[in-house]
Design a protein around this ligand. Structure first.
Ligand SMILES: NC(=O)c1ccc[n+]([C@@H]2O[C@H](COP(=O)([O-])OP(=O)(O)OC[C@H]3O[C@@H](n4cnc5c(N)ncnc54)[C@H](O)[C@@H]3O)[C@@H](O)[C@H]2O)c1
Ligand SMILES: O=P(O)(O)OC[C@@H](O)[C@@H](O)[C@H](O)[C@H](O)CO
Length: 368
């Protein structure tokens, strides 16, 4: 079995690559980072270290790399032979991947089942990828190709190892895939297949990722640089709990999660955020501030629902203010956001970018 995975970054090597390797796939990573691709083609293996006391290490073997911009012929061949294609590049990059993939998919000469899965932090990201592919090629040419949506959860910080390919990851992982859209018999072990993905992806995004955003944006205003430092401050933990209390209301109103079940989920996540063996930068967790303030993402979607249904949303309102103050000039989205706020004002920016009404904007501005 062969897989092509777009994005040989942290989650690509540290999570998706490992699951595929454990399932017996030969994994080819496709990326624009020449240093990583060269290292993959030199070593053909790397190590995943589990960040916990006496954490295990796993060798991931038989891997190679393709530079998506320079090795078009190799990429065409790999895609034509693939049984599975996955991505972990960032949701905003999916249109680029779609343009790369589309002609190769349309030229496929086999009718073997092929599944294509976007493993990004966004609601129904595979649908986004599929729509972008369909903008390029006729749907009739995508015969026997499945496009299941998925939710992926494993904290993989920015890596600072001697070996460029090795990855340190947290022990926890969860990969949930929509079963109905999967084609073929060969499902993956270590993955949870479900009929309806929405409760899983929204629970993950609005608990793990909203919680992470709360730590990052509030933690930065207090002068912290890592998740561990911020989690040592009880003010941050108390605020995190308020935020997650509000998103719990969103989740229990919209899905069948019981409040007790959600409480246990939250406690597990708070323990993950406190992992003393993992060092994660607030700048990584807060990166992509425009994406994180977009209408369907982890802050605005639950906030707008709670506002429209007259439910408590004070902590999420504050989170918007903390995000607007995000101080990371290495994040191009923060630089762009500041420029847009300078020209349109805070009201104009939140109305235009986050699609918020004037009443909610006033509440947000007076929240801190
Ligand atoms: N790191 C985590 O904890 C984590 C966990 C779950 C989900 N995610 C999601 O996974 C995705 C990737 O996150 P990450 O932390 O691995 O980021 P990363 O920056 O480590 O990896 C992204 C990789 O994509 C590559 N890339 C960028 N543009 C490309 C292109 N046009 N073609 C091919 N490759 C390209 C980059 O070179 C990089 O190697 C994001 O959507 C993120 O939200 C991350
Ligand atoms: O990757 P982002 O920018 O969407 O979100 C930052 C972190 O919250 C995220 O990467 C988490 O570490 C991950 O989603 C855990 O599964």
């Amino acid at each position: 079995m062969k897989a092509v995975h777009f994005g040989a970054g942290n989650i690509g090597r540290g999570f998706i690559g490992k699951v595929l390797h454990d399932n017996g796939y030969e994994v080819t990573f496709a990326d624009v980072n020449a240093e990583i691709i060269d290292a993959l083609n030199r070593d053909h293996e790397y190590t995943v270290h589990i960040s916990e006391e006496d954490g295990a290490s796993y060798r991931i073997k038989g891997v190679d790399g393709i530079h998506t911009a320079n090795d078009a012929d190799q990429l065409a061949e790999a895609i034509s032979e693939a049984d599975l294609i996955t991505t972990a590049v960032g949701v905003n990059i999916l249109p680029i991947i779609a343009r790369t993939l589309a002609p190769h998919l349309a030229n496929r000469t086999t009718d073997r089942p092929l599944n294509i899965i976007a493993c990004e932090n966004a609601v129904l990201a595979t649908d986004t990828l599929k729509a972008a592919i369909l903008a390029e090629v006729d749907g009739a040419s995508l015969s026997n190709i499945g496009f299941p949506n998925s939710a992926v959860d494993r904290i993989v910080p920015i890596q600072k190892n001697d070996n460029i390919l090795d990855v340190k990851v947290e022990p926890f992982y969860e990969w949930v895939i929509e079963s109905d859209s999967w084609v073929g018999e060969d499902k993956l072990d270590g993955v949870n297949y479900v009929e309806n993905l929405m409760p899983y992806i929204e629970r993950k995004l609005f608990t793990v990722n909203t919680g992470h955003a709360a730590i990052a944006y509030y933690g930065k205003t207090l002068g912290y640089t890592t998740v561990s430092e911020a989690m040592d401050d009880e003010k941050v933990v108390a605020y995190l709990r308020q935020v997650l209390g509000e998103t719990t209301r969103y989740l229990t109103e919209n899905y069948d999660f019981m409040e007790e079940q959600q409480k246990q989920y939250i406690e597990k996540i708070i323990a993950r955020f406190r992992n003393p063996y993992l060092s994660d930068d607030l700048d990584r967790v807060g990166r992509g501030v425009l994406r994180k303030l977009s209408p369907n993402d982890r802050i605005i979607k639950p906030l707008v629902y709670l506002h429209e249904n007259n439910m408590d949303h004070g902590a999420l309102s504050k989170l918007v203010m903390f995000a607007l103050q995000f101080d990371n000039s290495d994040d191009p989205e923060q630089v762009e956001m500041n420029g847009r706020i300078e020209s349109a004002g805070t009201d104009g920016f939140l109305a235009e970018h986050s699609k918020l009404d004037s009443k909610l904007i006033e509440e947000i501005k007076s929240s801190i």
